[in-house]
Design a protein around this ligand. Structure first.
Ligand code: ZN
Length: 237
C-alpha cells in the first residue's frame, strides 16, 4: 500500500541545484508544510545563468532574472528564507566547498527534515536524463547530511553537529512515500509559473497544466487527488 506522509516537521531545509527545481520537485509539499506552520528554508546551489537556449541572453542577465523569479515564487510558497549559493551553472560537481557549505547551513538551521535531488536517478524513459547539477547537488547533500553534519570531527569550524531525522529525495525513480498536496497544488502551479525564463516560447498556462498532470499521476499511485512522491531515508534512526 502507498504510504502517505502526514507528520508536519517544525524546520525544513530544501537543497536544489537551480532556481526553479524546488518548485517543480516539491513545491506542493513545501507550501503545505509552510501553511501548517513549518519554517521552510530553501538553498539553491547555482545561479542558473546558463539555463537558456537563447544565444543573445547574457548569463549575468539571466541569473538576475532568475533570482527575481525565485524570490517571487518563494513568496507564493511561503518560505521562511531562500538563498542562492552562486555556484557556476552546469559545474556544480567542480565546487569543492559545496559539502562544507551545506554542512554549515544544516548546522545553523538545524532542520528535522531535508529535501533534495535523488542523485541515483539518471534515465527517465527515453526522453530525459538527469541534469549533472541535480546529480551533483544530490550527492553533496547526502554527503553533508551523513556523516558530516552529524559528527563533530567533520568540518569542526562549521558549528555544533546536527542529526537530520528524515530526508526526502525527489525526482526519484523509486518513490516509497507520498505527500498529499491536493490542498496546495494550485500554489505549486503558481510558483512554477513564476519561472518564466524557463518556459520562453511555451503557451501560457503550459507549465501549470504540466504540474497538475504530473501531480494527478502521482496522486493515482498514492490514492489521493494530487501527490508528490519521494524516496525516504530515515537518517536519524
Ligand atoms: Zn534544475
Amino acid at each position: 500500500m502507498s504510504e502517505l506522509v502526514t507528520k508536519v516537521p517544525e524546520v525544513v531545509l530544501a537543497v536544489y541545484a537551480h532556481p526553479d527545481d524546488a518548485d517543480v520537485a516539491c513545491g506542493g509539499t513545501l507550501a503545505l508544510w509552510a501553511r501548517r506552520g513549518s519554517a521552510v528554508h530553501l538553498v539553491v546551489c547555482t545561479d542558473g545563468a546558463r539555463g537558456t537556449p537563447d544565444p543573445d541572453m547574457r548569463p549575468a542577465e539571466l541569473a538576475r532574472r532568475r533570482a527575481g523569479e525565485l524570490a517571487e515564487a518563494a513568496g507564493i510558497v511561503g518560505l521562511a528564507s531562500h538563498r542562492v549559493l552562486g555556484a557556476t551553472d552546469g559545474e556544480l560537481d567542480r565546487r569543492p566547498t559545496l559539502v562544507g557549505e551545506l554542512v554549515a547551513l544544516v548546522r545553523s538551521l538545524r532542520p528535522e527534515v531535508v529535501l533534495g535531488h535523488d542523485p541515483t536517478a539518471v534515465f527517465f524513459g527515453q526522453d530525459y536524463f538527469n541534469h549533472r547539477d541535480h546529480r551533483a547537488a544530490g550527492w553533496a547533500l547526502l554527503d553533508a547530511l551523513s556523516p558530516s553534519a552529524a559528527l563533530p570531527h567533520y568540518f569542526p569550524e562549521a558549528g555544533p553537529p546536527h542529526q537530520v531525522s528524515v530526508t526526502y529525495l525527489s525526482g526519484t525513480l523509486e518513490p516509497d512515500v507520498w505527500v498529499d498536496v491536493s490542498e496546495t497544488i494550485e500554489v505549486k502551479a503558481a510558483a512554477v509559473e513564476c519561472h518564466r525564463s524557463q518556459f520562453a516560447g511555451a503557451e501560457a498556462g503550459w507549465a501549470a497544466e504540466a504540474v497538475l498532470r504530473r501531480a494527478e499521476e502521482e496522486g493515482r499511485r498514492a490514492g489521493v487527488a494530487h501527490a508528490e512522491g519521494f524516496r525516504r531515508l530515515r537518517l536519524g534512526g
